[in-house]
Design a protein around this ligand. Structure first.
Ligand code: HAX
Length: 428
């Protein structure tokens, strides 16, 4: 099989033609309507974003390029990236070539660390990550080629260059942030013989005598790599990208969105909730005690972090993947056990409260328990782990956007007065 770039070169004309054909014959076909609720309540369910890398079925969860995520959890970071970009898995040659290419780009410029050193000690690790990404924007191949008059049909190639550079460097930056500012230890150099996920695990430097942490990170990367094109962080990156701002700007923006507690920060908040329970009850409380505690938390108007979802309506297979690893690696760990009990106890309580459309745990309701078990006790770092894996999907989506000439995103906003007038005029 051909390398990533040649495979894309082969497929992109087909993607362009497929979209042109759809437009030619169905330009005015309606595929979604928008209700008052959707406008006022976050556009839930409005089909308005094109994304071919992955799809989230409300009942079955994430499919990457048509394959259920649970069938993909053992893939390497490079394999999942190739799959996200092209819809196919690479053969051994294409994979080796991609790994070599990425590892040859892993050098992080010194100024990135100088900027990091100048930030106050209490800077959130997500702010550090986003700042690092933005500070490297001056390296953008897309940006410099655009200024010298690049042809539009070459936009995707320059974006691929940026993507490969970012995929090579971001784990180095992320792990460096962990070592220097969270665990207070020297940074560990990338190992050119290791791939994306293994290198990330290696550079974090946690004790891993059995290779379990490495295996966990491999699965962690796959399950966090993509989740459609319209979740808050990925859509943010796509809006930024649509103005032809480069990938550095887009990914930095995605990080800022992921950093919110209703989104990627939920993994930090979820483990905080679990640790609070452990401290309050001196270990794993009985189901009865836990139920009372959760119910009081809920009825005081709080959300239970790590539960619920805007699209999913049943169990999250990404949760299942990490939960199964926890059952294998740390079934007796009290933090894991509390998370496990919450997974059983919270859904009926959320159902009883009758508000959440999805009462089940999501990926952020379990990932922290495993990170904590493997020795990463710095909760503020957890969203950086998520973000580092998520760049694989963002890069793939943005390469595709550029390949099919996605225009600038610009829906229409309406005023409250317009909505009131629309209703009172009886136009519906
Ligand atoms: N605990 C308590 N209440 C919840 C809830 C939860 N876990 N999940 C939803 N609800 C509430 C909502 O706050 C909302 O209440 P109001 O009507 O009073 O505003 C109501 O139930 C209906 O919400 P929904 O339609 O079911 O959910 P949304 O699509 O609006 O929001 C969220 C989806 C994920 C933001 C939501 O479920 C939530 O806040 N969960 C907790 C935070 C969390 O785990 N976030 C991570 C989600 C996965 C992800 O994006 N990872 O990055």
């Amino acid at each position: 099989m051909a390398d990533l770039k040649s495979t894309l070169q082969e497929k992109i004309p087909l993607w362009r033609t497929a979209l042109q054909e759809l437009l030619k014959h169905n330009a005015e076909t309606q595929i979604s309507a928008v209700s008052m609720t959707q406008v006022i309540k976050g556009l839930r369910g409005v089909r308005a974003v094109l994304c071919d890398t992955s799809y989230v079925d409300p009942k079955e969860g994430l499919f990457i390029r048509g394959k259920p995520v649970l069938e993909l959890v053992d893939l390497s970071g490079e394999e999942i990236f190739y799959l996200l970009c092209t819809g196919e898995l690479p053969d051994a040659n294409a994979l080796t070539q991609l790994q070599k290419d990425i590892s040859s780009r892993a050098e992080v410029p010194d100024y990135v660390w100088q900027i990091q050193d100048s930030l106050p000690d209490d800077t959130h690790p997500m702010t550090r990550l986003s700042t690092a990404m933005l500070s490297m924007q001056r390296e953008s191949v897309f940006s410099s080629r655009y200024s010298s008059g690049m042809r539009r049909d070459e936009h995707w190639e320059a974006t691929l260059e940026d993507a490969l550079n970012i995929i090579a460097r971001l784990p180095v930056v992320a792990a460096g942030i962990y070592r220097s500012y969270l665990s207070g230890k020297p940074r560990i150099d990338a190992n050119p013989d290791l791939g994306f996920s293994e290198n990330f695990a290696h550079m974090l430097g946690l004790s891993d005598p059995d290779g379990w942490f490495r295996n966990f990170i491999r699965q962690f990367v796959v399950v966090h790599s993509d989740h459609e094109g319209a979740n808050a962080s990925v859509y943010t990156s796509r809006i930024v990208d649509s103005s032809l701002a480069d990938l550095y700007y887009s990914i930095s923006a995605s990080m800022n969105s992921l950093a919110g507690p209703l989104h990627g920060l939920a993994n930090q908040e979820s483990l905080k909730f679990v640790l609070k329970i452990q401290a309050k009850f001196g270990g794993v409380p009985s189901d009865e005690v836990l139920s009372k505690y959760v119910w009081a938390h809920l009825t005081a108007g709080n959300v239970i972090p790590g539960f619920g979802h805007a699209v999913l309506r049943y169990h999250d297979p990404r949760y299942t993947a990490l939960f199964d690893l926890g059952k294998e690696y740390c079934p007796d760990n009290p933090i894991f056990q509390i998370s496990e009990r919450l997974g059983e106890i919270v859904p009926p309580l959320l159902k009883k409260q009758g508000k959440a459309k999805n009462p089940y745990p999501n990926i952020d309701g379990i990932s922290g328990a495993l990170l904590h078990h493997f020795g990463m006790k710095e909760l503020r770092y957890y969203t950086v782990m998520f973000s580092t894996a998520q760049i694989l999907g963002i890069c793939a989506q943005i390469i595709m956007n550029r390949a099919v000439y996605s225009p600038i995103v610009r829906p229409k906003s309406v005023t409250t007065r317009w909505l009131q007038g629309h209703v009172s005029d009886g136009i519906s």
